[in-house]
Ligand binder design. Sequence first.
Ligand SMILES: NC(=O)c1ccc[n+]([C@@H]2O[C@H](COP(=O)([O-])OP(=O)(O)OC[C@H]3O[C@@H](n4cnc5c(N)ncnc54)[C@H](OP(=O)(O)O)[C@@H]3O)[C@@H](O)[C@H]2O)c1
Length: 167
Amino acid sequence: MESIRKIIIASISKNGIIGNQNKMVWKIPEEIEHFKRTTIDNYILMGRKTFESIGKVLPNRTSLVLSKTKAENSKNLYYFDEIFKVFSFLKENSIPKIYIIGGEAVFLQTIDFADELILSFVKGIYSGDKVFPMNKLDDFELISSEEKTQFVINKFVRKQQISRNKK
Ligand SMILES: NC(=O)c1ccc[n+]([C@@H]2O[C@H](COP(=O)([O-])OP(=O)(O)OC[C@H]3O[C@@H](n4cnc5c(N)ncnc54)[C@H](OP(=O)(O)O)[C@@H]3O)[C@@H](O)[C@H]2O)c1
């Protein structure tokens, strides 16, 4: 698992909202395009609810879906009932990186071992019932910021662990 790069990609409102009633709260074509461009030809990991909310297998990507209630694999769609099985699958298939695309439950379970975050901060305050674990951002260092009209793409990498032996 260590060698597989784990990249969280999300769009988040200023107040930390990512979704409401199993839907996205905004529809920003430029942000969707950025998501598509970033994840195209790669493996994406999501929770069952996000998959159902999207409603289809996204083209030109391989979808890995976490669920303990569903397991109907099909073309470019694989279900897993445990996170560690996802990483075994990626390792067995020599896949070097995975984009973790949500939702709240999956971000919460993966942020502590994510290597990188690609976060679109959407301008504006929205209300919703799902949030991003913003309290974990302190574990990451901002490496770039790209301003768009309706959002800002901030890229973060995990801060280097300071060696305990270092005096
Ligand atoms: N703004 C963004 O970037 C963004 C991105 C994605 C989603 N969203 C939003 O987030 C919301 C959905 O988030 P959510 O937290 O409700 O749902 P979710 O994370 O998409 O899916 C949760 C489901 O995933 C499965 N699951 C999660 N962890 C698992 C594990 N360790 N092992 C096996 N199965 C596991 C379970 O499915 P079963 O119940 O089948 O067992 C669980 O009910 C929606 O509003 C969506 O629009 C926003």
